[in-house]
Design a binder for this molecule. Structure first.
Ligand SMILES: Cc1ncc(COP(=O)(O)O)c(C=O)c1O
Length: 435
């Protein structure tokens, strides 16, 4: 466990990321483990030399690159010749037929990060980048404040990279999220409190111990990993931007970075410029950004979360202000849905597309449906809905609403009687049947 030091390896190519810069006021900082501007108190972001990127990449070089997020390495803040590559990224972009028909959309695509590697959520993208950078900066212990998926990713990828790992989660997380962290044998601190309290504690720990907190002192690097959700969609659409995206919002980082990813592809000539509408999804039980959007505020008032969508239950979202700005300037919307609608969203996606998502994905599908019903998505628009996590991790959310298998004797007549009964029963009544 050591204090961070700045060490950089080279790849032979000119570095494409040059410094950190404050989002407000443009104050420059060196490429260290820093995340807040001391003058403006605004977040720091990685700045790039886009001429250097343009000189290094083309559609052809990207297509010839690895089948992972690292095909976009020139756009990511790492120097290492061999970044941590656990197969993260290049998840399917599925052209929807049955969900699209159900909703009345003609050009709906599903970006399916429920099957991202290695831990089945988009967080593997941000963690692959953060831990590669953590190693470059000399950290030997990595950490995070997590709503569940981030803890899974940090623990798994730290294990792969041989880094010590200590993660912090709220103590009331779903069993799948806890088990899916413990299996990698990190130190897990289950904090009696909500995510925002976990995050505050982690800021204190981060100031005292020399650890690399992926979403605190390494946040400028970590968050850049989400740009790959934008890059991949553009490439998978045949080097074109969509008309409309719908993505979940917790801290708001993922949403703002998809936007940055699209802009960078335009800036470097990889895609043609086009207006893309950005819509965001929150659970009603934790909807500080959606409330600000609906009330026309440009500031976010923190809330205490109370929803089954625990992975996106952040009451005080760090990037809420920037997410609001993007929704407004792109003519998008930020909507919220109830827990019942979230369960319906999970079931709808599973039954129409064969994709089992977690509560964050249920929220996004339910918001997609709500926006379509309100006439806020044009049926002709090329719309991409981002599914960011896997349903096997949040089984508690749907368990009561999906019925039971029919239990039968290993005999043909028992099967036939059960089949007969199943045709006359609503599936939820099946659990009553023992043939
Ligand atoms: C599955 C899933 N989707 C979406 C999000 C939202 O991420 P962000 O904090 O970048 O808005 C999270 C956050 O933890 C998540 O776990």
């Amino acid at each position: 466990m050591t204090q961070a030091t700045q060490t950089q390896t080279t790849t032979g190519l000119a570095p494409t990321f040059t410094h950190l810069v404050s989002k407000e006021g443009g104050v420059k900082y060196p490429l260290k483990a820093l995340h807040v501007c001391e003058e403006t108190f605004s977040p720091l972001e990685v700045a790039y030399d886009y001429d250097a990127i343009r000189a290094q990449v083309s559609r052809a070089t990207i297509e010839a690159g690895p089948n992972s997020i690292w095909r976009y390495k020139a756009f990511l803040p790492v120097n290492s010749e061999n970044p941590i590559d656990v197969g993260t990224g290049m998840t399917p972009l599925v052209k929807s037929t049955r969900l699209a028909r159900r909703l009345g959309l003609k050009n709906l695509y599903i970006k399916n990060d429920a099957v991202n590697m290695p831990t089945l959520s988009f967080k593997d993208r941000v963690v692959s980048v953060a831990l590669t950078r953590a190693k470059e900066l000399g950290f030997t212990t990595v950490s995070c404040a997590s709503t569940g998926n981030l803890a899974n990713s940090t623990a798994a990828i730290a294990a792969h990279a041989g880094l010590d790992c200590c993660v912090f989660i709220p103590s009331d997380l779903e069993a799948g999220k806890v088990l899916g962290t413990l299996i990698y044998n990190p130190t897990v601190m289950a904090v009696k409190g909500n995510y925002d309290q976990v995050n505050r504690l982690c800021c204190e720990v981060g100031n005292t111990y020399g650890w690399g907190f992926v979403n605190i002192n390494l946040r400028p690097y970590y968050s850049e990993g989400s740009k790959t959700l934008g890059f991949e969609v553009a490439e998978q659409l045949g080097w074109k931007l969509p008309d409309h995206v719908v993505a979940p919002l917790a801290s708001g980082s993922l949403y703002t970075k998809i936007y940055k990813g699209f802009q960078e592809f335009v800036k470097t000539g990889l895609v043609e410029d086009k207006a893309v509408r950005f819509s965001g999804a929150q659970a009603e039980g934790c909807s500080p950004i959606a409330s600000a959007f609906k009330e026309g505020r440009d500031f976010v008032t923190p809330v205490k979360p109370n929803t089954i969508a625990k992975s996106i239950a952040i009451g005080n979202p760090a990037d809420g202000y920037y997410a609001l700005d993007i929704a407004r300037k792109t003519n998008g919307n930020i909507e919220s849905v109830t827990d019942a609608e979230i369960v319906e969203g999970i079931k709808l996606l599973a039954e129409t597309e064969g994709i089992f998502t977690e509560t964050a994905g249920g929220t996004t599908v339910a918001v997609l449906k709500k926006l379509v019903e309100a006439g806020k998505i044009d049926p002709e628009e090329t719309t991409v809905v981002y599914i960011t996590g896997n349903g096997l991790k949040t089984q508690e959310a749907v368990q009561e609403y999906i019925g039971q298998p029919l239990t039968i004797e290993p005999k043909l007549d028992s099967f036939e009687r059960a089949l007969e009964r199943s045709r006359t029963l609503d599936r939820l009544d099946w659990q009553q049947v023992l043939v």
